[in-house]
Ligand binder design. Structure first.
Ligand code: P6P
Length: 339
């Protein structure tokens, strides 16, 4: 039926968002315009990532391409494309990117009400071996676009109005939530449109997969170590969970969202705040997980309640199926009682 609908009744991302917007008579379409610029960035990156392999193969990449131009690294190129697309949308006022040390304040003449935090090409170290990578983004509404400071973007994740990611893999898939559930759109290259292929995604309540870098086990704290032990040697007679770890957050989270299970990037003795960044990795993925019926926990509390103090702040994160995250929350609560 979905295939049939696709052929004749094209539910594109733009149409889907316009439908959503029609539920907000007060909105002037700014969000739709902002999203169309994010989508443009994703289409560009999808095309560049797909060519990257080929470019390397036929020797285009190297240091210079056929025009003798300095070949930019894909993550730098992707960042420039997103910064330019978001700025030119006329709907943003602050941009925070994983690639830029400082926040970008949009020229007042071009300012809008939204702040976008994003990682333009997360997991880019995996490009050369063909592993799926992705763009992750979150969107806040700013109170007064004429008096913006970096404090306006240091808001808890629960204040986001939308979040999503675009995964560049065997197909290009954009997963988005505007606060009313999660929808997945697949790029149809022949149309250059994202088509709704996964309406109303819900994560299974419990999963049989855990996803963590076991190479850090030596440095884990007690609750994480005990949880992973339970995944491998269940005490209740159930079968052990499978370990699936790609090492690219978008790929690991996308699989968790569709198949269920838990994704963990815990704190460890070397990095007490873990590795993943709060604003543009932890918050958007936590937002999506909650919207899909799952949970997201930092080891201390609900991830979306965290209030960042710096734009590149890190946090431990445990996210995925409701019951799986509940189990690790219990272990952390017990360890607090013991202290
Ligand atoms: P590790 C990729 O570099 C990344 O930022 C995320 O995409 C991924 O989940 C994580 O780091 C992998 O980190 O330490 O397991 O290699």
């Amino acid at each position: 039926h979905a295939a049939e609908a696709h052929r004749t009744d094209l539910m594109t991302l733009t149409r889907h968002v316009l439908n959503e917007q029609s539920k907000h008579p007060e909105s002037k379409g700014d969000f739709t315009i902002l999203l169309s610029h994010i989508v443009l960035g994703c289409k560009f990156v999808c095309s560049a990532v797909n060519k990257a392999g080929l470019a390397k193969l036929i020797g285009l990449a190297g240091d210079t391409n056929v025009q003798g131009e300095e070949q930019k690294k894909l993550d730098v190129l992707s960042n420039e494309v997103f910064i330019k697309a978001l700025t030119s949308s006329g709907r943003t006022c602050i941009l925070v990117s994983e690639e830029d040390e400082e926040a970008t304040f949009v020229d007042p003449a071009l300012r809008g009400r939204y702040c976008v935090v994003f990682d333009p090409l997360d997991g880019s170290s995996n490009i050369d071996c063909g592993v799926s990578i992705g763009t992750i983004f979150g969107i806040y509404m700013i109170k007064d676009k004429n008096k913006v400071t970096v404090e306006d973007v240091l808001q808890p994740g629960k204040k986001m109005v939308a979040a999503g990611y675009c995964m560049y893999g065997s197909s290009c898939m954009l997963v988005l939530s505007t606060g009313r559930g999660v929808n997945g759109f697949t790029l149809d290259p022949s149309l250059g449109e994202f088509i709704l292929t996964h309406p109303n995604i819900k994560i299974p309540k419990k999963g049989s997969i855990y996803s963590v870098n076991e190479g850090n086990a030596k440095n884990w704290d007690e609750p994480t170590a005990r949880y992973v032990e339970r995944c491998k040697f269940p005490q209740d007679g159930s079968s052990p969970k499978s370990l699936r770890y790609v090492g690219s957050m978008v790929a690991d989270v996308h699989r968790t969202l569709l198949y269920g299970g838990i994704f963990l990037y815990p704190a460890d003795k070397k990095s007490p705040n873990g590795k993943l960044r709060v604003l543009y990795e932890v918050f958007p993925m936590s937002f999506l997980m909650e919207q899909a019926g799952g949970q997201a926990f930092t080891g201390k509390g609900r991830a979306l309640e965290l209030v960042p103090t710096k734009i590149h702040e890190r946090s431990p994160i445990f996210l995925g199926s409701y019951d799986d995250v509940e189990e690790i929350k219990t272990l952390y609560a017990a360890s607090v009682e013991k202290e």
